[in-house]
Ligand binder design. Structure first.
Ligand code: UD1
Length: 420
């Protein structure tokens, strides 16, 4: 099994280029099911989750291949689809697989998708996705661990989500674009990835208004055509590298990103005492000797992203004082805490809240990754710690970060993969 070996305490500087957003590319790839003919997606990140989503499409009989000579581009030909089932073996690898449910149901009137189980960061049910489909006239049944959804043609409906679920909003949009009549989603998630999905669908001929706000209106259309579309930059990857700058800078310039998607993080970094500046498409962060403790609480967008909570905690482990980190989106997203403690971090957890008392130094240790962002947190801590850190189970990291070793080496990090 591959592990990562990081020799820490180096000052990192230089620039790093952001890849396309995994969390936009995944639902957009699933949404190509709604189209006819050929679609080409560009700025697709080279991460394992994208390979899993391609496999899900290929398993449906869809052609999904890399555009020749472009490792960031995928070409999909939906017309070869022969199956409407996403099996357990693929869905268990990645919960975002459920995003094929809405598109299949809307276009083909039927879908069979394995129920995703709970995962390291929480139970993560899909009840709100299913309630929205029911409201649109679908019949939903559970059989042998599978969700079976069917409807001759979905009809537009008023859907008020109990919580602004990202995946639920995306699945409902996809179900609505080919439905009969108008669908209104209230309390919709406002994440930029939702606006990106809607921009893709609108380019293909959909009629979606208000994506990126909490009220989205979708007028159903008869069909969507294949298009070329470029995925937005990954704000979580960009935010992760901005925190690298705060922790190990030097001066780190994060390029090809949208700083407008990271307003809260950048404010918090400045509060922590870092130099932060931004242009239209780049962020510059200069670290300070010891950051100031800054409290955060995670919230749906535009609040502090839960996907940056673990990385923020790695930064707070080095402050002069105590900060409070509250996780309000997922119920058990503190799996990185015991691992950070192994490196000498002082963190007390009480329910959804962690109190992080900064120390002058962490010392490298063998640690284990448990999910994508927890791995990034351990990576960051390892870069700033004394001596060597060995991270095992780095397949989690591969799910969401494209060429992370190469990108960090470009900033001067000492990192290599080692085998067991
Ligand atoms: C997406 C992101 C993930 C991010 C999360 C929150 C993708 C592929 N993944 O996940 O990286 O951490 O948003 O920003 O885009 N919930 C329910 N019932 C539902 C749906 C959700 O109870 O039907 C709960 C979840 O258990 C969780 C909360 O709502 O506690 C937020 O989940 P949601 O916004 O749906 O996250 P995902 O779409 O799964």
């Amino acid at each position: 099994m591959e592990k990562l070996k990081i020799t820490g305490s180096r000052v990192l500087s230089g620039s790093v280029i952001t890849s396309g957003a995994k969390n936009a590319a995944l639902p957009i790839l699933a949404a190509t099911i709604l189209t006819e003919g050929r679609t080409r997606l560009f700025n697709v990140p080279g991460v394992v989750d994208m390979i899993t989503m391609r496999k899900i499409l290929q398993n449906l009989g869809v052609e999904a291949k890399e555009v020749e000579g472009r490792r960031d581009a995928v070409e999909i030909n939906i017309d070869s689809l022969t199956s409407l089932e996403a099996p357990y073996d693929l869905v268990r690898k990645m919960r975002a697989s459920v995003s094929v449910l809405g598109p299949m149901l809307a276009k083909y009137g039927r879908a069979r998708v394995s129920m995703p189980g709970g995962c390291a960061i929480g139970e993560r049910p899909i009840d709100m996705h299913l309630a929205a489909f029911s409201k649109m006239g679908a019949k939903i049944e559970m059989n042998h661990g599978y969700v079976e959804a069917s409807a001759k043609r979905l009809r537009g409906a008023e859907v008020c989500l109990d919580y602004p679920t990202v995946g639920g909003t995306e699945n409902t949009i996809c179900a609505a674009v080919l439905a009969d009549g108008v669908t209104v989603i209230d309390n919709a998630a406002r994440e930029p990835e939702i606006a990106d999905l809607a921009a893709f669908l609108n380019k293909a001929g959909a009629k979606i208004e208000g994506a990126g706000t909490s009220r989205i209106e979708i007028e159903g259309v008869a069909s969507l055509s294949g298009v070329d579309y470029t995925i937005m930059p990954d704000r979580i990857e960009a935010g992760t590298y901005a925190i690298v700058g705060a922790l190990c800078g030097g001066e780190v310039v994060v390029q090809n990103c949208n700083p407008g998607h990271l307003t809260v993080l950048l404010e918090k970094l400045a509060e922590a005492g870092c130099y932060v500046s931004a242009t239209d498409n780049s962020i510059t962060v200069r670290g300070c000797k010891r950051p100031r403790p800054v409290n955060i609480a995670t919230h749906p967008y535009p609040g502090f992203p839960t996907d940056l909570q673990a990385q923020w905690m790695a930064l707070m482990a080095f402050t002069e004082g105590t900060s409070i980190v509250r996780e309000a989106v997922f119920e058990r997203r503190f799996m990185h805490v015991p691992e950070l403690r192994r490196m000498g971090a002082e963190i007390r957890v009480d329910g959804d809240t962690a109190a992080v008392t900064g120390v002058e130094r962490l010392v490298g240790a063998p640690v284990m990754a448990t999910d994508i962002r927890a791995s990034a947190s351990l990576f960051l801590a390892g870069l700033a710690a004394k001596n060597t850190t060995i991270i095992s189970r780095i397949y989690h990291l591969r799910r969401g970060y494209e060429r992370i070793e190469e990108k960090l080496k470009g900033l001067g990090a000492a990192v290599e993969t080692v085998d067991d």
